[in-house]
Design a protein around this ligand. Structure first.
Ligand SMILES: Cc1cc2nc3c(=O)[nH]c(=O)nc-3n(C[C@H](O)[C@H](O)[C@H](O)COP(=O)(O)OP(=O)(O)OC[C@H]3O[C@@H](n4cnc5c(N)ncnc54)[C@H](O)[C@@H]3O)c2cc1C
Length: 441
């Protein structure tokens, strides 16, 4: 029997959730139910798996267990970039692999974006929730400029379109003279992540049932099927899809294979759009993977700026209020350096969120025990990678040998992490070194 040693922690109030109207969560499970497939985790991976399952067989009884409320996890509190191109946050230059692998990655990411686009179309969402506007990769100095230029060369190799922007051109977009160059790529979609994941969660109808505030507490094999216990209920299921990212380790799974890295965001109060020229809605990832992500968010009551930066290694999967405050001070400095005309505008929300990386950047995917499938290890880019991995897990659980399943099965297994204390020392030193080399970016 696998017993959960702990459950996810809520890490500060995310601005994305705070900006939304109150929502009544789906009821928690308080009885015994049967399912063909039970999914543990209601993030990108779990909900995309459920959606794919119901497409493949609308009569399939699917139960989704989410430990907290939808959108409280990393899926609802990220920066909202659904990125089509290779974007390995732990690599030096985002690419992380050879040309063929890059092309596969791009095709997989675009399948994930297609799922998200279908959800947006079904819900009739506007650009405030799903904006296929592309993104900027943005530099703040000569080092960043070099990275922008080298990224363009990599895109040439895989024949992907882009536009290079000089300081004046990117200033016309961002309304600030702080950036020195940028590269625009058109395929990224920018979402309001909390609205997206809530919309996806609320789109399910019987026989797909979502239970919120219902952590899976234990998982036990019962003959050829599985029994999952929750605090007040039981799910008897033929198959399980594990889609709880790093928290899978709390069940003793993938021990010594997952790196628990946290990142942090702050969002300003609303400001009068006249205080910042340029476009009112745009998103920029940093020229250096370990640098600072920036978004301007247009709203009816005024605009906001989101700053995401800092990575910390937290093997115990816990982050203190102090760590959020410390990251917040870094965000304030980054914000002041980028937006001098917004002096005096304060941060209203600050939060952190969990990611699970593997040493070799691969997903933890596949049938790990008969009838138990894993869609774990988002590697920091879960809007596309976890979505795709959930879709692939659904197809694998249905016995399909699709192209997507083949791609996911072709990844190496996650490499074992070095033993402690070398792991902690090495991971912290590596993150610090990469953050230091990202400098002002
Ligand atoms: C601040 C921030 C910014 C980011 N920006 C981006 C970005 O712009 N683009 C991008 O692609 N990625 C981004 N990421 C990363 C992205 O959010 C993750 O990669 C993604 O959320 C992973 O999706 P997932 O479904 O695998 O896991 P999660 O989103 O972590 O979902 C797993 C779910 O499982 C639930 N769970 C855990 N244990 C249990 C249990 N025992 N029982 C039931 N449920 C359980 C959790 O509550 C959680 O809701 C960012 C992350 C953060 C924190």
């Amino acid at each position: 029997m696998l017993i959960a040693s702990k459950f996810p922690q809520t890490l500060g109030r995310s601005g994305w959730v705070a900006m939304m109207p109150r929502r009544t969560p789906h009821p928690s499970l308080d009885q015994t139910v049967s399912a063909d497939i039970a999914i543990i985790g209601g993030g990108f991976a779990g909900l995309s798996a459920a959606r794919r399952l119901s497409q493949l067989d609308p009569a399939l009884r699917v139960v989704i267990l989410e430990a907290g409320e939808i959108a409280d996890g990393a899926t609802g509190r990220n920066s909202g970039f659904v990125i089509d191109l290779p974007h390995e946050v732990s690599s030096e230059d985002y690419s992380g692999s050879g040309n063929d692998a890059r092309k596969h990655d791009i095709a997989v990411h675009r399948m994930a974006i297609a799922l998200a686009r279908d959800v947006a179309n079904e819900n009739g969402w506007g650009k405030d929730i799903f904006d296929p506007c592309g993104k900027y990769n943005i530099a703040m100095g000569p080092q960043g400029d070099k990275h922008v230029a080298s990224y363009a060369k990599q895109l040439d190799k895989v024949h992907e379109p882009y536009t290079l922007l000089d300081a004046k051109q990117i200033a016309a977009v961002t309304g600030t003279p702080s950036f020195t160059s940028a590269i625009y790529t058109p395929g990224t979609v920018i979402i309001q992540p909390a609205a997206y994941v809530r919309g996806l969660a609320d789109s399910f109808r019987a026989p797909v049932t979502l239970y919120e505030n219902t952590p899976a507490v234990s998982i036990e094999r019962q003959g050829s099927s599985w029994q999952i216990r929750t605090p007040k209920g039981i799910v008897n299921a033929e198959k399980i899809i594990l889609a709880n990212n790093g928290q899978a380790q709390n069940f003793g799974l993938f021990r010594g294979q997952l790196l628990h890295v946290y990142t942090y965001a702050s969002m300003t109060e609303t400001f009068d759009p006249k205080r910042l020229g340029g476009e009112r809605s745009w998103g920029a990832t940093p020229a250096f993977p370990m640098g600072t992500t920036v978004r301007r968010v247009q709203g009816k009551e005024g605009d906001r700026v989101l700053i995401r930066s800092r990575y910390t290694y937290n093997p115990r999967m816990q982050v203190s209020e102090g760590a959020i405050a410390r990251a917040g001070r870094v965000h304030d400095r980054k914000f002041d350096a980028r937006f001098p005309t917004l002096k005096g505008i304060a941060m209203q929300y600050r939060w952190a969120g969990a990611m699970a990386l593997t040493w070799n950047g691969v997903p933890a995917f596949g049938e790990i025990e008969p009838g138990m499938f894993a869609a774990i290890a988002c590697n920091g880019v879960g809007a596309t990678k976890a979505t795709a991995s959930g879709m692939a897990a659904a197809e694998a659980a249905m016995g399909l040998d699709s192209w997507l399943v083949q791609v996911f099965r072709s990844f190496d297994a996650p490499k074992p992490l070095p033993p402690q204390p070398f792991l902690t020392i090495g991971a912290k030193a590596n993150l610090s070194m990469k953050e230091w080399s990202a400098g002002i970016e």
